[in-house]
Design a protein around this ligand. Structure first.
Ligand code: PNW
Length: 452
C-alpha cells in the first residue's frame, strides 16, 4: 500500500466539447461555426464525417446527465458553442441557445455534478472568420463580449470557467498546418492568431473580474519534451519544441513575454509585439487546466518545418490509435514542471485519455476496454504521485465522457469511457467507466489494490 492519497474534495469528472458531441449545429437559431464549414468541405474530414448529429447530446443531454450521475461523476467539463449564443459572433444574442446551457447547468447541479465551462473549444462563429477570425485584433473584444453574456447568465451556478481550450492546437492545427478549422497553412498567420488568442483570453479574464465572482483559468495542452540524446543539436531541438508547444502561451500569461525560441522558430514571420499587449495578457488567473495525452522524445530534424525537430518512436512502448505513446510518468513530470516553471497555482487535469479499438459488443451491454482501463489507472497513479510531491492538483477530468467526433479524424477514433453506437445513439458504459466509478467512489483508494 502506498501512503499517498488524493486530498478530500479532489474533483473527479469527465469532459467533452460542444462541436464533438452536441449535433444539431444550426438548431434553434444558432449560426454556423468554422467547424460546421470545415466538415462540409469535401475531403477535409476522414470518411466525410460531420458533427451534424455527433452524439446528439443537444437533444439527449438529460440521458447523458443521468449516465454521469450513475457513474458518480462529481464534475462535468463541457464547452459552449459561441455561435449558438451569438449566431453572428457579435451583436444579437440568441436566447434559445443560451437556454440549452442554462438547462444543462441546472440539471447538473440537481444531480450534484459541478459544471466546468470552457468558453472556446475551437468552434469559432463562421461570421467572425469572415471578418478575419483570430487574425483580426478586434477579436479580443468580440470574445470578451461573448464571455460576458455567459458570465451574466451562469456565473454563480458555474464556479469554474476556462477561457480557451488549447490555444496551441488552435494555431498549429488551424493556421500553420491546416489540419483543423479554419484550415490555413501560413507561417505569418500562426503567430498573429496565437497572439490574438492570448489577448482574447486576457480580455475575457478582465471582463470576469468586472462581472464574475468565482474562478477563471486557461486550459493548455502540455506534452513534456525529452531529448533523444545529449547531442547539442538534439538539446536545442528539444528546447524549441518545449517553447513552441508548452511555453508559448504560459510564458506570456505568467511572465508577460514569449519564450526567446519563438523568434528562432518563426524567423521573419515572428512580429515585434506592442508591449502594452502583455499587460492585457498577463491578467492573474485562478487555476490552470492541463491536458495531457503523451510525451515526445525529440531530436533534431533539418526537414521538419518550422521546428527543425521531430519525435522519435519508442520501440518498447504501447501506442494508442492516435499514434500517441502511452507514458504515464510524463503526466507526473508535466505537473511538476508546471509548478517548477510557473509556481504553485491550483491545477486541474482538464483532459487525459486514450483512443483504442473497442470490441463490437456494446449491443450485449458490455464493452471490454482493458487498454483504456490500464491507461486510466496508470495516469491516475501519476496524478497521485505529483500530489505526493507537493503539486496542488485539485481535480481530474477524463477525456472523454462519450465517444465523439475526433475532429478531422471523424468518428474513427474512440476516446469515450462510454461507448456510443452512432447508428442508434445507444450509450454503453465501457469497463473503463465502471473502473472510474470505483475510483471515484473510493476517492482513489481502489488504485492501491494490486491488479496483477
Ligand atoms: C485535445 N497534440 O486535442 C482536444 O482538446 C480534444 O478536443 C480532443 O478530442 C482530444 O485532445 C483528443 O485528441 C489535442 O497534437 C489535439 O498534442 C492534438 C494534440 C493535443 C491535444
Amino acid at each position: 500500500m502506498c501512503a499517498a492519497q488524493f486530498p478530500n474534495g479532489f474533483l473527479w469528472g469527465s469532459a467533452t466539447a460542444a462541436y464533438q458531441v452536441e449535433g444539431s449545429p444550426l438548431a434553434d437559431g444558432a449560426g454556423p461555426s468554422i467547424w460546421h464549414r470545415f466538415v462540409h468541405t469535401p475531403g477535409l474530414v476522414r470518411d466525410g464525417d460531420t458533427g451534424d448529429v455527433a452524439c446528439d447530446h443537444y437533444r439527449r443531454w438529460k440521458e447523458d446527465v443521468a449516465i454521469m450521475r450513475r457513474l458518480g461523476l462529481q464534475a462535468y467539463r463541457f464547452s459552449v458553442s459561441w455561435s449558438r449564443i451569438l449566431p453572428a459572433g457579435t451583436g444579437h444574442v440568441n436566447y434559445a441557445g443560451l437556454d440549452f446551457y442554462d438547462r444543462l447547468v441546472d440539471a447538473l447541479l440537481e444531480n450534484g455534478i459541478e459544471p466546468l465551462v470552457t468558453l472556446y473549444h475551437w468552434d469559432l462563429p463562421a461570421a467572425l472568420d469572415d471578418r478575419g477570425g483570430w487574425l483580426n485584433p478586434e477579436i479580443s473584444k468580440w470574445f470578451a463580449d461573448y464571455a460576458e453574456v455567459m458570465f451574466r447568465k451562469l456565473d454563480g451556478r458555474v464556479k469554474k470557467w476556462a477561457t480557451l481550450n488549447e490555444p496551441w492546437v488552435v494555431t498549429d492545427g488551424g493556421y500553420l498546418h491546416g489540419a483543423l478549422a479554419p484550415g490555413h497553412r501560413n507561417r505569418f498567420e500562426a503567430p498573429i492568431a496565437s497572439h490574438n488568442l492570448l489577448r482574447a483570453h486576457g480580455a475575457a479574464v478582465q471582463a470576469y473580474r468586472a462581472t464574475g465572482r468565482h474562478e477563471i483559468g486557461l486550459v493548455v495542452n502540455i506534452e513534456p519534451k525529452y531529448r533523444a540524446s545529449d547531442d547539442p543539436a538534439d538539446v536545442a531541438a528539444t528546447a524549441r519544441a518545449e517553447a513552441y508547444m508548452n511555453r508559448q502561451y504560459l510564458d506570456p500569461v505568467f511572465f508577460g513575454h514569449y519564450p526567446k525560441e519563438m523568434v528562432e522558430i518563426f524567423g521573419e514571420a515572428w512580429p515585434d509585439w506592442p508591449s502594452e499587449d502583455f499587460a492585457l495578457i498577463q491578467q492573474p488567473i485562478d487555476f490552470l487546466g492541463v491536458n495531457y495525452y503523451t510525451r515526445s522524445v525529440t531530436r533534431f530534424d533539418a526537414n521538419a518545418w518550422p521546428l527543425k525537430a521531430c519525435a522519435v518512436r519508442q520501440k518498447q512502448a504501447t501506442y494508442t490509435e492516435t499514434g500517441w505513446e502511452v507514458f504515464a510518468p510524463g503526466l507526473t513530470e508535466t505537473l511538476l514542471w508546471v509548478k517548477r516553471c510557473y509556481g504553485n497555482i491550483p491545477l486541474y487535469v482538464t483532459e487525459n485519455g486514450s483512443a483504442f479499438f473497442d470490441p463490437p459488443t456494446a449491443a450485449k451491454g458490455r464493452v471490454e476496454d482493458p487498454l483504456r482501463v490500464d491507461y486510466l489507472r496508470e495516469h491516475l497513479g501519476a496524478v497521485r504521485d505529483a500530489i505526493a510531491q507537493g503539486v496542488d492538483v485539485r481535480g481530474y477530468m477524463a477525456w472523454s465522457l462519450l465517444d465523439n467526433l475526433e475532429w478531422s479524424l471523424g468518428y474513427s477514433k474512440r476516446f469515450g469511457i462510454v461507448h456510443v453506437n452512432f447508428a442508434t445513439q445507444q450509450r454503453t458504459p465501457k469497463d473503463s467507466a465502471h473502473f472510474y466509478a470505483k475510483v471515484i467512489a473510493s476517492n482513489g483508494a481502489v488504485l492501491e489494490e494490486s491488479t496483477s
